[in-house]
Each structure stands twice: as structure tokens, then as C-alpha cells.
Design a protein around this ligand. Structure first.
Ligand code: SAH
Length: 394
């Protein structure tokens, strides 16, 4: 068993069950990529069992804080089973759910989404990579399913010194799946889609949006960063007469258009715009267009706290433009999925945008990721998705 010894004073976060050990906290010890290590304080007290990642700045991620716990196949089977059992108890109106949400489920660097009968996993860290076969078996046993697709093609793998990989890990067949969310049907391609194929984290917020569009009688809706049109369906379900999906990805927009038709909405109510959102918002403003509701759900502008400042300017810019484009009484659903930007900072950024836009808006609702993407008390970094539903005063 390899040993990792921390510098004096660096044991505090592990004692609070925060699962990360940064390279700078370690005084001695090392191991192979993904190997299980025993982490000790400077004076030799047990702190955690973790997995070592020689290339990553997050050098160890903890599996367990219990000294008597063995990190073996039975351990992973227990953790996977616990995560799957939790989802069965949560209020989720969909046949598709995030089953494993990394650190929050005690499985750092592992993301698993279930789309109907198919699992799609991202192994994002040396530890989850090393235990891949064991984790895959545990997932099939815990769910009773037979198909597991691997999408380990995220950029963070490079930080771990791991190559990217996609393909069937267990089972095979078509990679296109039709899922149900709030009574809508959506197609997901676990091979070609973004991340694992779909953004399950916005499930509740799409429903909130549909309800708000209906309640406030929004006729014209601009869905920015639409991807495959989840919020577009919400707008149409809420009674919008005209919904416009804006995204830089043409395949995503083609699927959004398909989703409108699959769900029985008149295709004439939907338009797609393949463009950069910032540029498109400026063009709309220059053309004097106005909307009753706007969604801003951009990709991650800041992966780390260090990038937060530049990202803050980008968020402020699009929020200001959107607020300027709203009619009095209009709605803005604005999100950030940047881990480096917490809810308080996001609030400040959007407040700055409101000030610059010269609008008076109030917060109808604060939003976060759906409950199958839990945040734990020990790991606030997991709270990546934050959103504000704003009502511009008439
Ligand atoms: N709201 C979506 C998820 C959005 S993900 C949903 O509910 O499913 C972010 C989307 O932004 C992706 O589809 C990506 O193609 C798009 N995107 C990224 N940068 C962009 C840009 N500069 N302009 C327009 N779209 C962009």
C-alpha cells in the first residue's frame, strides 16, 4: 500500500470530508495513475483512502474516510448501488436520470447518465479510469441494464494525462435513444451528442420555464444556446406563438427542429438561427427586435475560479443584451454552469448587467441543477449550475 503524507496543516479539508488533495499539500509519496493510496497527516494519522493521479493538480481524490474500509470491487458495488437507490427515491418526472454525479455520490471523477435502457458514462479521473471494468459491472448489476456507452472524451481527461475514448463499454447497438421528459419526447445520441448526449440537469428549470411562459402569456421567445431545443419545447408547451432556437451547432438545431415536430407542435411556430449568441443578440438589437421571454444557457465560460474574471465579463455582456431585448414585463431565464462562478457572484454579474441595461428587474426564482445532480454539504464545488428567473418591471 502506497502512502501519501501531507504537509502540516494541510489535513483540514480531508478532516471535513472534502475529497480533494492538491499537489501542493503533499510532502511525500507517490503512486501510479489511479492507484489506491493511504493519505496521512504530517504526523501519521489516517485521513483517507484515495486514488492518485500523478499528472493532475488535484493529486488525490478520496474514495473513503473510513480506515477499515477496503477499496475493492465490493466497495464500488456498494457506492454504485447507493447512488442508484437514491435516484429511485427522488422525485424525477423522466425515464432518464443522472445516476452517478461524481464526488456527491462518493465516486469522484465519474458521471453516469441513464437514458431509458442505456447507460452513458464519463470516466474523468485516473481513479475512476483504473476501476472502469469493476464500475461497469456494478452499474449493470445495480440497474439490471445491459448497455453502457463510454464518453470519456471530455477535455479534463487531458489534465489527468489520460487519452480520450468513446465507444460501447458493455452491450452494443444503436446509439440513438428516445427519452421522455415532462411528457415530451427527445432524441439523444450517446455517441454524437454533447457530454453524455443531453443536459438532464436543466430538467426542472425547463418545466419552470414552461409554467412561467404560460403564466405571463409570453408570445415571442428567444432560446439562446438552445442545443437540441429543450427550452424551446418548454416555450411551445407554455403556449408561445413563436420560439427561436439559437445555437452555433447546426446538428443541434436540426434536432431541435425535429423535436418540435415529434412533439406535435406546428413547425411554423419555430425558427432556428445558427449563430454566435452574442453576435445574434447584437443583431436583434440593431434591428429593433423585442421578445417576451429569453433563455440564456451558455456553455461553461469558466472551468476554474482563476478564469472567473474573464468569464464574468462574458456573462455580463450577454445578460445586458438580453435584458435590453425584452419588452417591459418580459422574462429572462439566465444560467451559468461555470464551477468557478457561484450563485452569489452570478447574482452580482446579472445585477451589473441590469444596471447597464437600465432595466428594473426582480428575481422570481433562483434555480440550480435538478435533484439527481446533488450537491453535498462537504463539496460546495459540486454546485456548478446556478440560474435566475427575472421579471422585468413593466
Ligand atoms: N439549453 C440547452 C443546453 C445548452 S448547452 C438544453 O436545455 O439542452 C450549450 C450550447 O451552447 C451548446 O449546444 C453549444 O453548441 C452552444 N454554444 C456554445 N458556444 C456558443 C456560441 N458562442 N454561440 C451560440 N451557441 C453556442
Amino acid at each position: 500500500m502506497k502512502l501519501i503524507r501531507l504537509r502540516e496543516g494541510k489535513e483540514r479539508s480531508l478532516l471535513k470530508r472534502h475529497p480533494w488533495v492538491f499537489a501542493g499539500s503533499i510532502s511525500k509519496g507517490g503512486a501510479d495513475s489511479g492507484e489506491t493510496v493511504r493519505v496521512e497527516s504530517h504526523d501519521g494519522r489516517f485521513l483517507a483512502w484515495g486514488a492518485y493521479s500523478p499528472a493532475s493538480n488535484i493529486r488525490v481524490r478520496a474514495w473513503s474516510f473510513i480506515e477499515s474500509e477496503r477499496i475493492d470491487a465490493a466497495f464500488f458495488a456498494r457506492r454504485v448501488q447507493r447512488a442508484v437507490a437514491l435516484r429511485a427515491r427522488l422525485p424525477i418526472d423522466s425515464d432518464s436520470v443522472r445516476l452517478i454525479h461524481g464526488e456527491a455520490d462518493g465516486l469522484p471523477g465519474l458521471v453516469v447518465d441513464r437514458y431509458v435502457d442505456t447507460l452513458c458514462a464519463q470516466f474523468l479521473f485516473a481513479g475512476s479510469e483504473r476501476w472502469k471494468a469493476v464500475i461497469a459491472d456494478s452499474l449493470l448489476v445495480a440497474t439490471g441494464l445491459q448497455r453502457l456507452y463510454e464518453r470519456s472524451d471530455a477535455g479534463v481527461r487531458a489534465l489527468e494525462g489520460l487519452p480520450t475514448h468513446s465507444g460501447w463499454c458493455r452491450g452494443d447497438g444503436a446509439t440513438e435513444i428516445t427519452l421522455r421528459e415532462h411528457g415530451w419526447q427527445l432524441q439523444v445520441d450517446v455517441d454524437a451528442g454533447h457530454k453524455t448526449g443531453y443536459y438532464l440537469d436543466q430538467r426542472d428549470n425547463r418545466q419552470h420555464f414552461a409554467a412561467a411562459v404560460r403564466h405571463f402569456g409570453c408570445a415571442e421567445v428567444l432560446n439562446c444556446y438552445s442545443y437540441t431545443g429543450g427550452f424551446t419545447l418548454a416555450a411551445l408547451a407554455g403556449g408561445a406563438q413563436r420560439a427561436i432556437s439559437v445555437d452555433s451547432s447546426a446538428p443541434a438545431l436540426a434536432l431541435a427542429q425535429r423535436h418540435v415536430q415529434m412533439n406535435g407542435y406546428d413547425a411554423a411556430r419555430h425558427e432556428t438561427v445558427a449563430a454566435d449568441v452574442n453576435q445574434h443578440l447584437r443583431a436583434c438589437l440593431a434591428a429593433g427586435q423585442r421578445f417576451d421571454a429569453i433563455v440564456l444557457d451558455p456553455p461553461k465560460f469558466a472551468a476554474t475560479a482563476a478564469q472567473a474574471e474573464r468569464a464574468a465579463r462574458a456573462y455580463k455582456d450577454i445578460n445586458r443584451l438580453a435584458l435590453q431585448l425584452l419588452r417591459p414585463g418580459g422574462l429572462l431565464f439566465s444560467f451559468s454552469c461555470s464551477g468557478g462562478i457561484g450563485p452569489d457572484l452570478f447574482h452580482k454579474i446579472v445585477a451589473g448587467a441590469g444596471h447597464d441595461a437600465g432595466v428594473d428587474a426582480l428575481i422570481l426564482q433562483r434555480m440550480a441543477a435538478a435533484c439527481d445532480h446533488p450537491t453535498t454539504l462537504e463539496f460546495p464545488e459540486g454546485d456548478y449550475l446556478t440560474g435566475l428567473a427575472l421579471l422585468v418591471r413593466a
